[in-house]
Write a protein that binds this ligand. Structure first.
Ligand SMILES: NC(=O)c1ccc[n+]([C@@H]2O[C@H](COP(=O)([O-])OP(=O)(O)OC[C@H]3O[C@@H](n4cnc5c(N)ncnc54)[C@H](OP(=O)(O)O)[C@@H]3O)[C@@H](O)[C@H]2O)c1
Length: 290
């Protein structure tokens, strides 16, 4: 298939492009190819490429930036998605949109399923929910809600922490945010599987097993051989963040199971593979010149 991937310079876009290259012709699109807030640019690139599927992770994923500038958040996350969906429809392409666990209210204490009613308390969550609905207004479409992402291609939560600890600093993370964690390469593979099978709809998608941010950062430190004691847990409301964080956002992958797809492996296994790949990158890097 001809597969266009928006946000290809981003963390998830990088993994999606890498994984979809196996078996498909991939068009990785960056802001330089088309600013998604400009319908003329989106239309032009879609008409030129004529993709059969558009995987759409581009957007503003930072909760605090969205909270500080709601107009920009709506422009990029909602209207940008509308422009992508409309242009895709005009060339007959189906859209797979990347959403988030932040569409929920965080008040449950058992895992959220796809049939739970979303009630996002943040600007970010509201923009993502609107974009989900725009995408799903076409019957042949997919929405994949992912959670805390880690993986190659762009500095992320894990790598940032490991670098700080390696340079002798502590790394402060929220101690009270239970959720799920998502290795971008595993999630991209599952999206490819679901897209190839043509099983449309809304999916929760992460690695298996609940996981707090604190656990994730501590386990990453252990696996990387740096001091996990340097990871400091703090209540999220004492971290000076503009947007509210969800205390509980664990997702159950009911739709994957109902459609017969095996669930992604447990997060500690995926994290181990990622940490090993980080050290391989370091080992392979050319020695710096004096
Ligand atoms: N990161 C997480 O932990 C997480 C968790 C749950 C859900 N998600 C969702 O997953 C998706 C991907 O997240 P990510 O972490 O990969 O984000 P990311 O690394 O920030 O990548 C997003 C990409 O979107 C591009 N973009 C932003 N505005 C654009 C515009 N106006 N026109 C064209 N491209 C634009 C950015 O381009 P530039 O590089 O030029 O800025 C960037 O490359 C997002 O939709 C996010 O809501 C992420």
């Amino acid at each position: 298939m001809r597969v266009a991937i928006t946000g290809a310079a981003g963390l998830f876009g990088y993994a999606l492009a890498q994984v979809f290259r196996d078996g498909h012709t991939v068009y990785p699109l960056t802001r330089a190819d088309a600013d998604i807030t400009r319908p003329d640019e989106v239309e032009a690139i879609m008409t030129r490429i004529r993709p059969e599927v558009v995987v759409h992770p581009a957007g503003i994923p930072d909760l605090d930036i969205c909270e500080a500038d709601p107009a920009r958040a709506y422009l990029v996350n909602v209207h940008g998605t509308r422009f992508v969906v409309e242009a895709a429809r005009r060339v007959g392409a189906r859209v797979a949109y990347i959403s988030t666990d932040a569409v929920f209210d965080g008040l449950k204490r058992t895992p959220y399923t796809e049939s739970d009613t979303p009630r996002p308390p943040t600007v970010y969550g509201r923009t993502k929910l609107r974009a989900e609905r725009i995408t799903l207004s076409a019957p042949e479409s997919w929405v994949f809600r992912v959670s805390v992402l880690f993986g190659p291609g762009k500095t992320n939560f894990i790598e940032k922490g490991l670098r700080r600890i390696a340079s002798g600093e502590t790394y402060t993370v929220a101690a009270d945010q239970a959720g799920s964690a998502t290795y971008t390469l595993d999630a991209a593979e599952k999206i490819r599987e679901v897209v190839e099978a043509g099983r449309y709809g809304l999916y929760h998608l992460s690695n298996s097993g609940p996981c707090s941010r604190l656990e994730l950062a501590q386990r990453a430190a252990e696996l990387a051989g740096v001091d996990p004691g340097k990871v400091i847990g703090k209540p999220s409301d004492q971290m000076g963040r503009r947007a509210q964080r969800l205390k509980y956002a664990v997702m159950e992958m009911t739709a994957l199971q109902a459609n017969g797809f095996p669930l992604p492996r447990p997060w500690p296994e995926a994290l181990r593979e990622y940490i090993v790949s980080l050290s391989e990158v370091k080992t392979k890097a050319p020695a710096s010149r004096p």
